[in-house]
Design a protein around this ligand. Structure first.
Ligand SMILES: [Fe+2]
Ligand SMILES: [Fe+2]
Length: 187
């Protein structure tokens, strides 16, 4: 009988996740995983084209997205839900130009922000303020990621077709990687 007493002691007292919140969070887990794969694929494309700085930046982005995914996974499991790991949509493997690749990164981040907003909206409707609060980190993170992607695109537009400019850009983006690594905040 002792184990029953033990079980009662360890039973979580907080409110469990509602099913629709759990599935919305699982959807986001998949999006973060797909983002990680997309940036990993971009890193590979850049690396085989000799763009080492850009490749390093993309590898770091990929790691960050995995950290975003894990933070959600742990939250779902800790709240009495079940984080489900699924198959993923295969990312694009090649790009015509590095500019096209960064445009894809920027529009992907906008898509992720919209998805986070939708998720926040659901938590509000369901009065799940704990999840609502948890998601605020993602809201700020998306503002930052969109801003970074936008400023990179602005720089690329300034460079245009200048090869020397691309060389400097590839070198400078490594510095940006160092800065964004500090910003990673996995739980
Ligand atoms: Fe993310
Ligand atoms: Fe992102």
């Amino acid at each position: 009988m002792e184990w029953i007493i033990f079980f009662n002691f360890t039973q979580k007292t907080h409110i469990m996740l509602k099913k629709n919140i759990e599935s919305a969070l699982n959807k986001q887990i998949r999006i973060e995983a797909e983002s990680s794969q997309t940036y990993l694929s971009m890193a590979c494309w850049a690396e085989v084209h000799g763009l080492e700085g850009i490749a390093q930046f993309m590898y770091t982005q990929s790691d960050e997205e995995r950290a975003h995914m894990l933070k959600l996974v742990k939250y779902v499991n800790e709240r009495g839900g079940h984080a489900t790991i699924t198959d993923l949509k295969a990312p694009k493997t090649s790009y015509t130009t590095f500019k096209e690749m960064f445009e894809a990164l920027y529009s992907h981040e906008i898509f992720v922000s919209e998805s986070i907003n939708e998720l926040v909206h659901i938590t509000f409707e369901e009065k799940d303020y704990a999840t609502h609060n948890f998601l605020q980190w993602y809201v700020s993170e998306q503002i930052e990621e969109e801003a970074t992607a936008k400023s990179i695109l602005d720089k690329i537009n300034l460079i245009g077709d200048d090869k020397g400019g691309l060389y400097l850009f590839d070198r400078d983006i490594q510095q940006l990687t160092v800065t964004s690594s500090i910003a990673i905040n996995p739980k």
